[in-house]
Design a protein around this ligand. Sequence first.
Ligand SMILES: *[C@@H]1O[C@H](CO)[C@@H](O)[C@H](O)[C@H]1NC(C)=O
Ligand SMILES: *[C@@H]1O[C@H](CO)[C@@H](O)[C@H](O)[C@H]1NC(C)=O
Ligand SMILES: *[C@@H]1O[C@H](CO)[C@@H](O)[C@H](O)[C@H]1NC(C)=O
Ligand SMILES: *[C@@H]1O[C@H](CO)[C@@H](O)[C@H](O)[C@H]1NC(C)=O
Ligand SMILES: *[C@@H]1O[C@H](CO)[C@@H](O)[C@H](O)[C@H]1NC(C)=O
Ligand SMILES: *[C@@H]1O[C@H](CO)[C@@H](O)[C@H](O)[C@H]1NC(C)=O
Ligand SMILES: *[C@@H]1O[C@H](CO)[C@@H](O)[C@H](O)[C@H]1NC(C)=O
Ligand SMILES: *[C@@H]1O[C@H](CO)[C@@H](O)[C@H](O)[C@H]1NC(C)=O
Ligand SMILES: *[C@@H]1O[C@H](CO)[C@@H](O)[C@H](O)[C@H]1NC(C)=O
Length: 490
Amino acid sequence: MRPTRHHPLPPQASALSLFFLLLLLLAVAPPPPATAVGVNWGFAASHPLPAAQVVRDLLLPNSVPRVRLSAASPDALAALAGTGIAVTVGVPNEMLRLLAASSKAAAAWVHDNVTRYSPGVLFEYIAVGDDPFLLNHGQQFQPFVVRATANIQQALDDAKLSSKMKVVVPCSSDAYQNASTLPSKAYFRPDVNKTMSEILTFLANHSSPFMIELNPILSFQQKKNVSLDYYLFQLMSRPVSDGHNKYDNYFDASIDALVTALTKAGFSDMNITVGRAGWPTDGAVNATSAIARSFMTGLVNHLARKPGTPLRPKFVPTETYLYSLLDEDQRSIASGSYERHYGVFTFDGQAKYHVDLGQGPTALKNAVDVDYLPSKWCVVDDNKGLSNVSSSFSAACSKADCTALSPGGSCAGIGWPGNVSFAFNSYYQQHDQSEESCSFNGLGLITTVDPSVDNCLFALAIRASAAASFHPTFAILWILVSWFCIYSLV
Ligand SMILES: *[C@@H]1O[C@H](CO)[C@@H](O)[C@H](O)[C@H]1NC(C)=O
Ligand SMILES: *[C@@H]1O[C@H](CO)[C@@H](O)[C@H](O)[C@H]1NC(C)=O
Ligand SMILES: *[C@@H]1O[C@H](CO)[C@@H](O)[C@H](O)[C@H]1NC(C)=O
Ligand SMILES: *[C@@H]1O[C@H](CO)[C@@H](O)[C@H](O)[C@H]1NC(C)=O
Ligand SMILES: *[C@@H]1O[C@H](CO)[C@@H](O)[C@H](O)[C@H]1NC(C)=O
Ligand SMILES: *[C@@H]1O[C@H](CO)[C@@H](O)[C@H](O)[C@H]1NC(C)=O
Ligand SMILES: *[C@@H]1O[C@H](CO)[C@@H](O)[C@H](O)[C@H]1NC(C)=O
Ligand SMILES: *[C@@H]1O[C@H](CO)[C@@H](O)[C@H](O)[C@H]1NC(C)=O
Ligand SMILES: *[C@@H]1O[C@H](CO)[C@@H](O)[C@H](O)[C@H]1NC(C)=O
């Protein structure tokens, strides 16, 4: 299959310095925004909206005050420079081993992905690892977290940047809370105990917050006897009782579970920031736009009321990052098919529902002039014998995104062979509508009639070159390659 879109070549160093010189002359970066809500922006999409368009059409018009990037995307960082949007940048789990082993590698990471963009980009946090303690990951990342964190901190110190930004370690709630136990029973899992002690010491030493990642729908699925109201900040007739304390929402209970675990570990006054909180809109039962809107709006309103929790009556998280900005069709679905459908916006930048990201009560602004591939879809050819279609179906779904067909998903009800067509089309779009990608042993058929039914959308992908065309280096390369092809033909 076509690999994920390559990152365009990094811009020339000289062009970059000139760019930042200009930035410095033109704009002194404004102070960090006051609003404490932000959004996660991830890059696991086969055909992403160009980063410059995300910033221009979505982040700025909707007054998003801060973003958390899943990784240091050069396009995203370049586009965020000079905008005044505060930035948290993530270090992927896969890099932890290297960054732990080598302080030189950590220095290079900081140089390439932070120093180069500072002060144009307003960095707030470096988030080391992407849920490295998640139970699903086992022990594979844990041994490297402490050293990698220390090496990144050292590199920031050396680059004289440590007064401007803090280093945090995102941690999923399963490191301290079993979904079926009460907040007062929480403690850090024995297998993370030693690593966590070192991380807590490090964070306290730098007055850094503890960053947690919440996955409410997973908790809802595991805790069968708790009503959805509890997750959606709705009035509860029977709040959850925990000794003298009562909890009428999952969010506060999760915070107090962490406060309990921190207190047991001897760090009762550590600040807390919420690195991830969201609700998906597809790929599972109860994953809908209406429920996602209730969750998000409930959360934003809850934070604005600053109600505190039973254990921390004055609690307000230092920041809360909504999860997430856009759908990502290549995210791992290890936790569930819904993982690819967390966006407040669809993959092509259209709002699924209303929520206040910083723009207030007005409607969210969508991406405009999206550069789609032509109106062509790939479907199964009904005139062919379909007895052998299931192997093609599996082949398509093993590469493409078939999560909308999952039970409860938006395309779960379209039946056979509609669901085969859905799979074929997803594969075809991911492969930029190349003719071969609709072959399927002769069972595929290209059509110009939109096969979408009701809520089940047969999407058109965004033109991959749209992203590249924002990069002059890439354009020049493309022209050279085209000339070469033309000349080799004549
Ligand atoms: C900067 O971050 C990107 C994205 O995570 C990564 O691919 C690259 O290797 C990093 N640079 C260095 C020098 O580590
Ligand atoms: C959570 O608690 C339940 C009931 O006490 C137990 O069966 C389960 O194994 C626990 N899960 C984890 C991950 O510890
Ligand atoms: C605390 O931070 C300071 C400054 O970064 C450092 O010199 C010291 O070694 C740290 N102590 C611990 C226990 O991490
Ligand atoms: C919590 O955050 C506030 C505001 O950033 C800071 O002043 C305070 O020192 C932090 N507390 C701890 C214990 O790190
Ligand atoms: C839900 O069930 C668990 C285990 O069966 C129990 O410990 C918990 O108290 C129940 N919660 C509510 C709100 O009934
Ligand atoms: C690790 O376990 C010990 C012994 O039970 C406990 O005293 C300590 O607070 C735990 N540390 C963390 C980070 O939970
Ligand atoms: C959640 O899904 C169940 C099963 O489909 C349904 O009965 C229930 O109404 C849904 N809840 C909401 C709030 O839509
Ligand atoms: C069925 O599909 C498989 C895999 O595409 C192929 O190898 C096989 O020859 C097909 N069988 C028939 C009878 O067409
Ligand atoms: C496709 O639809 C048929 C008929 O509704 C159903 O039996 C089959 O399980 C579906 N397959 C998938 C993967 O959704």
